[in-house]
Design a protein around this ligand. Structure first.
Ligand SMILES: [Zn+2]
Length: 281
C-alpha cells in the first residue's frame, strides 16, 4: 500500500495536534489491516499453490523455510495488531466514535447554491411564461378540481389523499412514501397555478424538503393534475435506483434519485417517470 506523502509538521496547529495524532493512529490501524489481509493469500496460499502446480520447479526446503518465515512474521503482525486494538489509545478512539454523532459528510455545504441558482433562474422563466399566458388562462372550476382528485384516487388507490372539504377541495393533503405533502393554490400566481409544500404541522423532513425543492425547480408541473402525478412518482423514492447510473445513492453527495422526469409518448394508464440523481440529470 502506498503511504500518503508526509506533511510538514509546521502546518498542524497545536490545538489540532491531538486530533492529528488520533487520525494517525487510525491510519496506522488501517494500514495494519491492509497488510494482514494479504498475509494468507499472498504470502501463504500463493507460494503453496505455485509449488503444487509446479512440482519440479521449487526446492522443498526453501519453500518450507519461506512459508515458516511468512507464517511467523504474520503471527507477530497479528499479535501486534491485537495489542494495538486493545490499547488505551484505540479504545479511546472507539469511545469518541461511539459517543459522538459524527456527520455523514453531506454537511459541507449547508446551502445548495447550485440548486438555488437554478431555482432562481427557473422561477424567473416561469413568471414570464405565466404573464404571457394570463390572457387566455381560465381558473379551473371546483368541478374540474374535484374530477382531477377523483381521477388521481382511481389511478393511485394506495396513496392517501385528503381534500380539505368536498366543496373547496383545496388544500389537498397527500401522503407519499410516508412523507406528508400539501398542495394548494399558488397565491403568487393569481391562483391560476398550484404549489406543493411539506405539511407544516408535521415533523420536519430533509427528504421531503428536497423533493419539494426539486419539484419547484423543475419546469412544467404547475397544474394540479401534473403536481399530483409528480408527487405520486415519488412513492418509490426510497427504493428506486437512478435510471442512469443504476445506483440508489449517488457517489458524490449520497443523495437518492430526487428527480422525476415525465416520460413522453408512453401510452400507459398512469404517467411514467424517469428517476435520476441530480448529478446524473
Ligand atoms: Zn445516478
Amino acid at each position: 500500500m502506498a503511504a500518503p506523502a508526509p506533511s510538514s509538521a509546521g502546518i498542524v496547529h497545536p490545538d489540532d495536534r491531538q486530533i492529528v495524532e488520533k487520525l494517525a493512529k487510525l491510519q496506522d490501524m488501517y494500514q495494519q489491516i491492509g497488510a494482514l489481509r494479504t498475509l494468507l493469500p499472498e504470502k501463504l496460499i500463493n507460494p503453496t499453490r505455485f509449488a503444487l502446480d509446479n512440482p519440479d520447479g521449487y526446492d522443498p526446503e526453501k519453500l518450507a523455510a519461506f512459508l515458516q518465515g511468512a507464517a511467523q512474521a504474520g503471527s507477530r503482525d497479528i499479535g501486534k495488531f491485537k495489542r494495538d486494538w486493545h490499547s488505551e489509545n484505540v479504545r479511546g478512539l472507539w469511545h469518541t466514535v461511539n459517543t459522538n454523532e459524527l456527520p455523514q459528510g453531506a454537511d459541507a455545504w449547508t446551502v445548495d447554491y447550485e440548486l438555488l441558482a437554478r431555482e432562481t433562474g427557473a422561477k424567473d422563466d416561469r413568471k414570464a411564461a405565466i404573464n404571457a399566458a394570463d390572457d387566455q388562462f381560465q381558473l379551473p372550476t371546483q368541478a374540474d378540481t374535484a374530477k382531477i382528485v377523483n381521477d388521481f384516487r382511481a389511478r393511485y388507490p394506495a396513496l392517501k389523499i385528503k381534500v380539505s372539504n368536498e366543496v373547496d377541495i383545496l388544500p389537498i393533503d397527500l401522503n407519499v412514501a410516508h412523507l406528508d405533502f400539501c398542495v394548494d393554490r399558488d397565491q403568487t400566481s393569481g391562483n391560476a397555478q398550484y404549489t406543493v409544500k411539506g405539511r407544516p404541522t408535521n415533523q420536519p423532513s430533509l427528504l421531503r424538503d428536497e423533493i419539494v425543492k426539486t419539484i419547484h425547480a423543475s419546469d412544467g408541473a404547475t397544474g394540479l393534475a401534473d403536481i399530483l402525478d409528480i408527487l405520486a412518482a415519488y412513492r418509490d423514492i426510497k427504493t428506486r435506483p437512478c435510471d442512469k447510473c443504476s445506483k440508489l445513492f449517488s457517489n458524490t453527495k449520497l443523495q437518492l434519485p430526487l428527480i422525476r422526469r415525465l416520460k413522453t409518448g408512453v401510452g400507459e394508464k398512469e404517467p411514467q417517470f424517469v428517476a435520476l440523481h441530480r448529478d446524473c440529470a
